[in-house]
Design a protein around this ligand. Structure first.
Ligand code: NIG
Ligand code: FE
Length: 417
């Protein structure tokens, strides 16, 4: 056996076992803890996981042996909902936000998403690339090894494609893997405010086929919300997207309870995201579907809104993922560790539930469960060493970066020692 790298002397290796379905109910709270463990890697994948000194038998001439110095090791974190590529920032709206002006009112006045649309249209590909790369570097330093990235700040074909191309380029050049989502239906341009139909026709008849033909996006997403896209419009767009071969996502019930969770279950979306205002019926439908509830507590924190009812969803058997929603408006932070801490402090999830939510369940929410999300033989060797001796410490000591080292596909890409 040709082993490239062995990481020995792992104090606690904490991971779930992938039992071929997302974690729900009690299973969401279960992880395996292997003490005094080692990981052996070959060709960027986990080849063997064992304990004690057994790794010695695997050492050959070219094997490198790294020492984890007794630290905790977990699977690489997966940030399965971000608006990574965009121009500009929105600190000019920050005072309004502090004064309590609602997010949707800022949007209705032509600010919010529409202000970022202007900055993104005006930015060159290079500017967008450099800004997104800076964010991706931050995410990786914080232990994130896979990121989903949406378009949605063009609202016209040229800029949507520009954003998606930048994300593709970053995926090629950066250690972090990127999963691509088309979100042309992210806001209604002011000129279509009274009549959405012509804009929806442009999305469905021009943007979606073009993006698909260029191979720029795997998923299609819609912001289904009061004053944005209605339930009927969302269903129409996503039904067409499915016919074109997209997998589906919805920004569902973020601010107003419109029935987005119900629609996501009905359309068999891969994920329904946000769900702060989801109805109990919607949660019950999600529990019966294959759709992952992707909860974004950084957004609740930043918009000063009630957190999604994660405990109710867990009780009902809904599979939950957590992600950042990194964007310049409702969550201007790349910090998934802070989001994990909010998972405990805001959503009242346990540290084990949170770990599963940002690893294996997050992998399901972007359809990557066969490749990532657990430390198991055959999966990509994406893992993180944390400056801690147990998982609870990571959630309890909030607001700092606990990462000691990050390995992506078996390569040491962050070393904070
Ligand atoms: O997921 N809700 C819609 N989209 C983003 C916010 C985007 C923005 O404000 O720029 C979200 O919260
Ligand atoms: Fe979002």
């Amino acid at each position: 056996m040709n082993i490239d790298i062995i990481v020995k002397n792992i104090g606690k290796l904490i991971t779930s076992k992938d039992d071929k379905k997302p974690k729900t109910k009690e299973d969401l709270n279960k992880v395996d803890v292997i003490e005094n463990a080692y990981i052996a890697i070959s060709d960027g994948k986990f080849k063997e996981i064992g304990t004690g000194e057994d790794y010695k038998k695997l050492i050959s001439e070219n094997t490198k042996v790294h020492d984890a110095n007794g630290l905790v090791v977990v699977p690489g974190f997966i940030d399965s909902h971000t608006h990574l590529v965009h121009g500009g920032s929105r600190e000019n709206e920050f005072l309004k936000k502090i004064e309590g002006v609602p997010y949707i009112d800022i949007l209705k006045q032509g600010g919010g998403i529409l202000s970022t649309v202007k900055s993104t249209r005006n930015a060159t590909e290079e500017e967008l690339y450099n800004k997104a790369k800076y964010s991706l570097d931050k995410m990786l330093e914080l232990g994130v090894t896979t990121v989903e990235a949406k378009s949605g700040y063009g609202l016209e074909i040229e800029t949507e494609i520009k954003q998606l191309k930048v994300a593709k380029e970053l995926d090629k050049n950066h250690a972090v893997d990127i999963v691509h989502t088309f979100l042309g239906a992210h806001a209604i341009p002011l000129e279509y405010k009274e009549d959405h139909k012509p804009f929806i026709d442009i999305i469905v008849e021009q943007m979606m086929p073009k993006v698909k033909a260029l191979g720029l996006a795997e998923f299609c997403d819609v912001f289904c919300e009061d004053a944005v896209f209605t339930i009927e419009e969302t269903e129409y767009i996503l039904t067409k997207a499915k016919e074109m071969g997209y997998k589906l996502k919805i920004h569902a019930d973020e601010i107003v309870s419109l029935g987005g969770a119900e629609l996501a279950a009905k359309l068999n979306c891969t994920s329904a995201d946000h769900l702060m205002a989801a109805s109990e019926d919607g949660m019950k439908m999600l529990a019966k579907s294959n759709t992952i509830a992707n909860i974004l507590p950084g957004t609740s924190f930043n918009l000063n809104k009630a957190y999604a009812n994660a405990r109710k969803m867990i009780e009902l058997g809904v599979p939950i993922a957590l992600s950042s929603d990194y964007n310049p408006g409702s969550c201007p932070s790349e910090n998934l560790q802070f989001v994990m801490q909010l998972g405990c402090l805001g959503l009242k999830m346990t540290p084990n539930e949170v770990l599963n939510a940002v690893t294996i369940n997050a992998a399901y929410s972007i359809d990557r469960q066969d490749k990532i999300g657990t430390i198991e033989v055959g999966k990509y060797a994406d893992f993180v060493l944390l400056n801690a001796s147990n998982l609870e410490y990571i959630m309890y000591h909030f607001g700092i970066n606990h990462v000691n080292k990050v390995y992506k596909k078996g390569i040491l890409v962050v070393d904070n020692c």
